[in-house]
Design a protein around this ligand. Structure first.
Ligand code: WT7
Length: 652
């Protein structure tokens, strides 16, 4: 155990397993060795502007070439500003004159088992038509359209159609409430809502249109609602306002040449919640974002032309925007899209899909991986997963034990794992192993991608010594970065650019180990301070998850008269009894794995943890419970509103 006190975050983790890629994997990779990665990284670092400028000329179609790569007046960046391009052109038209014209762009599987395939040519046709529908409804460049849909191809079609004509889309995850939709409509002054009559989730029909109706009663700026018929459940249609997708599509042709759009045209807004205050509309723009997601997709997923790639996220999150739609399609990939839940009709649905489509690259989240472990290996054993060659993880830190299971059980010990660290705000992946080059360590996102220059700073904004934790910042702008918060420039500056002058504040803590590998230690706000030692949540949680009976764990600080804070943990079990004996055993386990300092004063067994709808544990809510307080915080992003009451009653 290594502990350092004071203002630094103590590192308690001793993870030194190292997994280099096989020679076979590296041999066929775009970035196939550490030397190639290091040369590329050094080149980019020496002159980031030239690096990105050269790539932009190679990778995107320019109607009018740019002459200036970056203009940077902190905190405002403009990339390739005097050039014109079109994101939808780069994702679709660009492939039509190549061998990819007749390749599957989207493979789709509905939850009930229905399927569809759209080639690049077919997708182009649908997108052009829907762009014409948007125009016929009077939408113009700069207008905002809210998209509230199930995971059907029309969701991607709607996004790309907006992008084609410069309409700014704001995708709202299909699980959000009417209130959340109305708030977002009003904040963005949306003119249109695109939705569906329903969608399938765990065998149940989600009646999306009914929720939209409720939202529209409170959304004065919205003039029309286009409804895609997915479920045949005959929703109420308000005359003059509501229009059927198929009826509108029948009235337009497919002739919609991609217009020239300036690089900094707003591409989309995506709302993300902070721990306080109303959700922020993160704004991304066309060219820089497009370049960034295309290159990072190619680098990190090492995409090869015949691969079938599956990202299990929902398009309601940035992961779906960047790595189901824009990244893969601009790279000419085949992107699989699945509508439903991982445990419907049974807990082996993911493995069944992988076997059926012979998926090569799987990108999913730690919350899902922990659920699979809990559901049991027999679900995996029923299926042939030999097509897989690369695995990815995103959204939270992955506990080393979950990493090992993913590596061995799903990857058969042969597939590198790319643990990708990034944020809605960063647009694309910032730190990740490049799978043919960088040996992985369970729980580390390893190294920054070329062109990304992280810093780790202490409270006084000074670089920390190697090995210590501190605030993770970015010292240079990059093309995929957010351009602002919709309608709130001051909040943008305050939130991201004021804590450390001139640098982007990620809000996460991180440390770098002796090999220069980065370890994300959790949100700055989540740090637990025990007698002046600042502990990271993930390390305490990973120690607990390494116990054979523990499925998931969340660690928070609880006020303590003596120590300032004490560690309190919430634990869900894979099986076994929640007994006093097990409590004592878990304390002993943490003591052995980490040391006395991290031993929880309090262990609460619970059946569920509060999570966001994208699966992240909401530690800030657990803090209130541990402190014995009522929650006065914003709980609008909570996946299951009953969870807090359940956790409180689990204790009684
Ligand atoms: C926050 C961003 C990235 C797209 C999906 C989530 C945490 C994300 C990792 C990772 C450790 C991670 C961070 C980050 N996070 N990926 N690989 N290891 N932490 O986007 O909702 O904007 O969340 O998720 O805390 O800041 P988001």
């Amino acid at each position: 155990m290594r502990l350092m006190s004071g203002g630094q975050i103590d590192t308690v983790m001793q993870e030194d397993r190292l997994f280099p890629p096989s020679a076979e994997f590296s041999g066929a990779s775009v970035i196939g060795s550490m030397a190639v990665y290091e040369a590329l990284y050094a080149e980019a670092k020496a002159n980031p502007e030239k690096f990105w400028g050269d790539l932009a000329r190679e990778e995107l179609h320019w109607f009018k070439p740019f002459t200036k790569t970056l203009s940077w007046k902190s905190p405002n960046a403009e990339w390739f500003a005097d050039g014109t391009t079109n994101v939808s052109y780069n994702c679709l038209d660009a492939h039509l004159s190549t061998h990819r014209r007749n390749k599957a762009a989207i493979l789709w599987e509905g939850e009930p088992g229905d399927t569809r395939t759209l080639t690049y040519q077919q997708l182009h046709h649908e997108v052009c038509k829907f762009a014409n529908v948007l125009k016929s409804l009077g939408l113009e460049k700069g207008d905002v359209a809210t998209i509230y849909m199930p995971m059907v191809p029309e969701l991607a079609i709607a996004m790309l159609a907006c992008a084609r004509i410069g309409v700014v889309h704001s995708v709202v995850f299909g699980g959000f409430s009417a209130e959340a939709i109305a708030d977002r409509n009003n904040d963005a002054r949306a003119k249109l809502v695109i939705t569906a009559d329903g969608g399938w989730r765990r065998g149940k029909l989600l009646t999306l249109k009914a929720t939209v109706d409720e939202a529209l009663a409170k959304s004065p700026t919205v003039k029309h609602c286009v409804v895609y018929e997915r479920a045949g459940n005959k929703p109420a249609m308000t005359a003059g306002r509501d229009l059927w997708w198929h009826e509108q599509m029948a009235q337009v042709n497919a002739n919609c040449p991609a217009p020239e759009l300036e690089s900094e045209t707003s591409l989309f807004i995506l709302y993300t919640s902070g721990s306080t205050g109303k959700p922020k509309g993160i704004r991304h723009t066309a060219a820089g974002y497009n370049l960034y997601v295309k290159k990072t997709f190619q680098w990190v997923f090492d995409y090869r032309d015949n691969d079938i790639y599956w990202c299990t996220a929902d398009c309601g999150w940035i992961t779906g925007h960047s790595y189901i739609v824009y990244g893969p399609l601009s790279a000419g990939a085949t992107s699989l899209m699945y509508e439903g839940a991982p445990n419907w009709p049974a807990e082996d649905r993911f493995w069944e899909i992988i076997e059926k489509y012979r998926v090569n690259i799987l990108y999913t989240a730690p919350t899902a991986i922990r659920a699979f472990i809990k559901w049991g290996d027999h679900h995996v054993d029923k299926h042939d997963l030999s097509s897989l060659r690369l695995l990815g993880s995103v959204g939270e830190g992955i506990n080393p034990e979950a990493w090992m299971w993913y590596y061995n059980k799903i990857g058969g010990g042969r597939c590198p794992i790319v643990d990708t660290w990034w944020q809605t705000e960063t647009g694309g992946i910032m730190m990740s192993p490049l799978p043919g080059a960088i040996a992985t360590k369970p729980g580390s996102c390893t190294k920054p991608l070329p062109g990304i220059i992280p810093t780790i700073l202490d409270e006084n904004c000074q670089p920390v010594p190697q090995g210590q934790g501190g605030m993770l910042c970015m010292s240079h702008p990059w093309p995929g970065m957010l351009r602002g918060i919709w309608g709130d420039d001051e909040r943008y500056r305050l939130q991201y650019w004021s804590r450390v002058p001139g640098q982007y504040l990620t809000g996460d803590n991180a440390r770098q180990d002796k090999d220069g590998y980065y370890w994300i230690m959790g949100r700055i706000d989540d740090v637990i301070n025990v007698s002046g030692h600042r502990l990271s949540t993930i390390e305490v949680e990973s120690a607990l998850v390494s116990h054979p009976l523990v499925a998931e764990a969340a660690a928070v600080g609880r006020p303590d008269d003596l120590k300032g804070q004490a560690v309190a943990v919430f634990v869900t079990l894979k099986g076994g009894e929640a007994t006093e004996a097990l409590r004592a055993e878990l304390k002993a386990h943490v003591r052995k794995e980490i040391g006395a300092l991290a031993v929880p004063d309090e262990i609460r067994f619970t059946n569920t943890l509060p999570k966001t709808r994208s699966g992240k544990i909401m530690r800030r809510l657990l803090r209130d419970i541990a402190a014995g307080k009522e929650t006065l915080q914003d709980t609008s992003t909570l996946e299951d509103y009953t969870v807090l009451a359940k956790i409180r009653s689990d204790e009684e």
